[in-house]
Design a protein around this ligand. Structure first.
Ligand SMILES: [Mg+2]
Length: 308
């Protein structure tokens, strides 16, 4: 599925669609992921295909808008593609890009939407010093910051940064994203006080029931976000967000980053969706890609049910 603009270095998204009695499910580990990682996504995907829907606390959600690391003159048109702009997440610290561009992008966005709450997502690409500099700048500019998402890479750095913020009484929240998926577990983030908020995605964490268990055990709120999924995966995320009802706008409006999605309209509600089947045909992969994914599925399935 082609994207309107490149995102985390890709310009299209590859995914496998399963159809069962419950409807559809999506399996979309990123191409570079290992079999082990992909098998966790598969566990989530099969659970969504086969298990009943989670109990919900609210019927609908308001998602945040997401701004990729784009040129300044494209900000307005990209954000106008999002229906809800109460909370805007801006991607920052893109590798190879000057830091000043981040600041310009933040300034431009707050000029356009002065009422919006701003989330900044660095994907772990900054140092503690760079994070502190950014925090001082944000305060100076009076930016309405909701939280800083994964500013630094490791849990140790996150803990250190958070302690520094508290020591200086800066009142800035830190959200953990990659820290709770890559090589580590959510409970470590919680126990080391590395974050104020946890970003959760239903596929990378192995499914909705896994996240429901995490929610029961950790002391900080969970924010549901997408892994750049199609409407099928987003719909599962919406159900999850409705069941958690954490008070933070979930990052589930990423459908508008696609040229077009697999539904005509994705309701931000815990409902079953109706796919536009002609789009499934339209975006069907070529035989080589299909073969590659079948092999991937075989490997991931094997890893899941008979790991060595
Ligand atoms: Mg993130």
């Amino acid at each position: 599925m082609p994207l309107k603009t490149s995102f985390r270095g890709i310009n299209h998204r590859e995914l496998m669609v399963f159809e069962g009695e419950n409807g559809f499910s999506e399996w979309s580990p990123f191409p570079e992921y290992t079999t082990k990682e992909a098998s966790r996504w598969l566990k989530a995907s099969l659970e969504w295909l086969e298990k009943p829907r989670p109990e919900i606390k609210t019927q609908s959600i308001t998602p945040n808008a997401t701004l990729p690391a784009v040129e300044l003159d494209r900000i307005e048109s990209i954000l106008s593609g999002f229906e809800h702009k109460k909370t805007i997440k801006i991607k920052i610290a893109e590798p190879g890009e000057a830091r000043t561009l981040d600041l310009q992008r933040i300034e431009k966005t707050t000029e356009l939407y002065p009422e919006a709450k701003i989330r900044l997502d660095a994907n772990g690409a900054m140092t503690i010093e760079q994070s502190m500099e950014l925090i001082y700048w944000l305060r100076q500019k009076d930016v309405n910051l909701e939280y800083l998402e994964q500013p630094v890479a490791s849990i140790e750095e996150m803990t250190q940064l958070r302690a520094e913020i508290q020591a200086q009484d800066l009142n800035v929240l830190i959200a953990a994203d990659e820290s709770i998926r890559k090589h580590t577990d959510p409970f470590e983030v919680d126990s080391k006080e590395a974050a104020d908020v946890m970003v959760v995605k239903w596929q990378p964490l192995g499914g909705i029931s896994e996240i429901t268990e995490i929610a029961k055990k950790v002391s900080i709120p969970l924010v549901v976000s997408s892994a750049l999924e199609s409407a099928i995966g987003l719909n599962a995320g919406i159900w999850l967000a409705c069941s958690l009802n954490s008070g933070f706008d979930p990052g589930l409006a990423t459908s508008s980053l696609f040229v077009e999605d697999l539904v005509d309209q994705l309701p931000m509600e815990a409902v079953e969706i109706e796919l536009n089947r002609s789009r499934l045909d339209k975006y069907a992969a070529d035989s080589e890609t299909t073969e590659r994914w079948r092999q991937r599925l075989t490997n991931a399935y094997q890893e899941l049910y008979s790991p060595e």
